[in-house]
Design a protein around this ligand. Sequence first.
Ligand code: BGC
Length: 505
Amino acid sequence: MLRVVLFCALALIELNGANSKRAIRTFPEGFQFGASTAAYQIEGGWNEDGKGLSIWDVTTHMEPSPILDGSNGDIAANSYHLYKRDVEIMKEMGLNFYRFSISWPRILPTGFSNKINQAGLDYYNNLINEMLENGITPFLTIYHSDLPNDLQKLGGWTNPIIVDYFIDYAKVLFDLFGDRIKFWITINEPKQICYEGYGFVDKAPLLNMTGIGEYLCAKNILLAHARAYRLYDEQYRSKQNGVIGISISCSWYEPATDSVEDQQAALDARRFDWGQYGHPIFSKEGGFPIELKRNVDTKSAKQGFARSRLPKLSESEVEFIKGTSDFFGLNTYTTKLAYRNASLEGMYAVPSYRDDMGAILVKDDSWPQGASSWLQEVPWGITKVLREINELYGNPRVYITENGWSTTGGLLDDDRIRYLRNYLDAILDAIDEGCNVKGYTVWSLIDNFEWLNGYSEKFGIYEVDFSSPNRTRTPRKSAFVYKEIIRTKALDFDYEPEEFKDGIN
Ligand code: BGC
């Protein structure tokens, strides 16, 4: 009898333990919270008031449409007209900052700086002023995927002349908005621009110049970024007092087994995917990572190319690019397993980026799956990314400029809440280890056009009703949870928003 009572008592203690609250964790003093969007994905107004065409306008109007649901960004969330509601949402949320991008062809319709579109200028001035009046810090991305189509006709990011045109454009923005913008991002996600757009068919301009286009693009992107940084640093910083950096997308690649081959495969994947851009800017020695040079140089020679498909960075270019970012803008969503074996032969086009990388990247079915096929929840991956950035690049200041979760819709988004909480928890782990993380940005403030997947995947903490002409915005449950995190600057896994206590509000 005594043993039964003892057993029950112990079981009760266990049970209470399981139900007990997780400790509330707080963010460091000064930690900033924001949300992010990008021009083409939310603005609409694609051909209004003198705006020129971007490569996404052209891609979404191709016949047959390459977009999963046949949709486009012609109206999108209509933020071109509804920006005041967007700022109202930022205020409702208590955001510290809002990260948005400028549409290059809305400001310079042909891409060249000889003609500035006044209506485009008015739009961004109104948006920025509205934010400032409401106490929201604007965090401006100069380029987020929507290249003016006229520049694409000249080869886009594969033509070195793009660097000059990008600088002309950046200068226009520094001149026009720099009095009020103190946080600049030159370019969002070089890998997605270069590999997915020029080396493959996952992003506009769908060029598919495998094994060639992505590397030409990479060099030009790095030079364009570095020149914009140096221009700001030398001619604007002393008057405008801002900071300027780049946002690089970093997934974690974990060796599938602890074999030497798989460890090398995972390392190669990380160096190809983000070391290619991070190393030249943030490492002490500068230049492309050796893994990238070694693989592409060797394969190019074997394939009979007269020279490596990876363009060289001259010594002066290496020096010019090195150290050109005031912070590491980190976009990070997920993790994959990497392995290497004979089955790689014939798996990818030759030449191609994936063949050069020489790693097979797979998902783990035990990880929670988002609505986007590539997106799984693996919180420890973000800790490892942050740790590697710290170790490789001398612990730079990091702003997480994108992180988020996709669903197929609905206001009750408990899976997004779980993802956000687990990732924030993993970020706090990295901070505890000494990583210098200064801010966090959720992707996205509102539902938007998810590139080739159209409107089939929802990333917003606010739902947008795309069937309504008003594009009504409604907060999801995750919006209330994120709002509480911002308000308290703390992570409380047990917080339940009042509005959703009895299910949907
Ligand atoms: C991009 C966003 C995109 C998000 C989700 C990032 O790669 O910067 O434009 O919508 O991921 O896919």
